[in-house]
Design a protein around this ligand. Structure first.
Ligand code: GLU
Length: 372
């Protein structure tokens, strides 16, 4: 696929910048680096491109302010650092954008923006309006209230940036980092490692090549970047991983220059399907082999094929559909978990008799099912 042609239509882009790029290895955010980003964003905006930024760096900067790097593994210390660092970080972003007469909007997200459809729709309206007013939305995870223990966590900003990209219908996600793209082997260990300029299919081989390297203060590595590319792939958003130290990197990428690795896609999963795919599952429905076969052919799920349910969920919640314990699909049932446990294994014509009411013959309609 021709990169230049493909990128021509990029109207809305998300730019993710990693901690080591923001700090340039130092203790605080590098104004010089942020200025270069702001200048490029300004130029793109002038040409009619909408830009959203996902920024890391809060924890790294906060730890330096608190002089607490030695305690960087303690969760409350990281939370405090995230809060202290975030305001320093936004101050710098503001300064950089103000030089170009552009306002910034801080948006701190937790994973539930993704699982709760109402929250998501509200947020979408807010972001849409921020963009209409010509401001630049700048996202980070709300690390002060997000710890792995409460399960509302993205964990790394690569994943967050992918979620923002697909939820906001971006055409392109640019991940800027201290690595210049995906290599056939670890470039830090092998001098002859070769950059892979284009990936059209994310195979196991690609995942292997990504290895498992992460920066000291950021949490991402190549693996989370590949995961981000996978999330975007289904939704039809291409991803470019490139070095943040390349001059005018964003503008040159948009001009179609061969920089970094592009994960190119022309798929387009519906918004609803991608929401189901990545929403938090409230429970699960275990199905038999027959139902599994039907599901893989995109047929609706009937009560007769259901063996069991796990967890309590309402109709309209997202659930995992499992077979032999393995998640094969996700879907939105038209019945709650109590009802399903009463009708499991039964033919549809007995549903009314058992429940005293009936929504649909199908427990989950095919349009509400996504195969995993
Ligand atoms: N949200 C974290 C921060 O601002 C960064 C997470 C990551 O490194 O991906 O420090």
């Amino acid at each position: 696929m021709n990169r230049k042609e493909h990128l021509k239509g990029a109207h809305r882009i998300v730019v993710k910048v990693g901690t080591s790029s923001i700090t340039r290895g130092g203790p605080s955010a590098s104004s010089e680096f942020m200025d270069t980003i702001a200048r490029q964003v300004k130029d793109l905006k002038d040409k009619g491109t909408e830009v959203l930024i996902v920024t890391s760096g809060a924890i790294g900067i906060g730890l330096a302010v608190m002089d607490a790097r030695a305690r960087s593994r303690e969760i409350p210390v990281r939370q405090a650092a995230a809060s202290i660092g975030q305001s320093a970080l936004m101050q710098k972003w503001n300064e950089s954008f103000q030089r170009h007469g552009i306002a910034t909007a801080q948006i701190l997200l937790t994973y539930d923006f993704y699982s709760d459809r109402e929250k998501y729709l509200n947020l979408r309206n807010a972001i849409q309006t921020i963009l209409e007013f010509g401001a630049v939305p700048i996202f980070n995870e709300n690390d002060a209230i997000c710890v792995k223990e409460i399960d509302a966590v993205f964990g790394d900003n690569d994943t967050l940036s992918a979620m923002v990209s697909i939820k906001m219908d971006a055409d392109l996600l640019i991940i800027l980092s201290d690595v210049h793209g995906l290599y056939d082997k670890d470039p830090k260990l092998f001098g002859d490692a070769k950059l892979i300029p284009e990936v059209t299919d994310i195979t196991d081989r690609i995942r292997e090549q990504a290895g498992d390297t992460a920066g000291r203060l950021g949490t991402g590595g190549m693996r989370t970047k590949i995961r981000a590319a996978e999330i975007c792939h289904e939704a039809g958003c291409s991803v470019i991983i490139a070095g943040s130290d390349v001059d005018d990197v964003i503008e040159r990428i948009i001009d179609g220059e061969e920089i970094g690795t592009i994960f190119i896609t022309d798929k387009r999963e519906s918004r609803k399907s991608s929401w189901i795919r990545y929403a938090h599952a409230s429970g699960s429905i275990e199905v038999d082999e027959g139902a599994k076969k039907a599901l893989l052919k995109h047929v609706s799920l009937l009560a007769v094929g259901i063996k069991d349910t796990k967890g309590r969920f309402d109709r309209g919640d997202v659930v995992n559909i499992t077979c032999g314990g393995a998640v094969i699909a996700k879907g939105i049932p038209d019945y709650n978990s109590d009802d399903i446990s009463k009708i499991k294994g039964l033919h549809s014509d007995r549903m009314f008799e058992v429940l005293g009411h009936k929504n649909y013959d199908n427990v989950i309609r095919s349009e509400n099912i996504v195969i995993m």
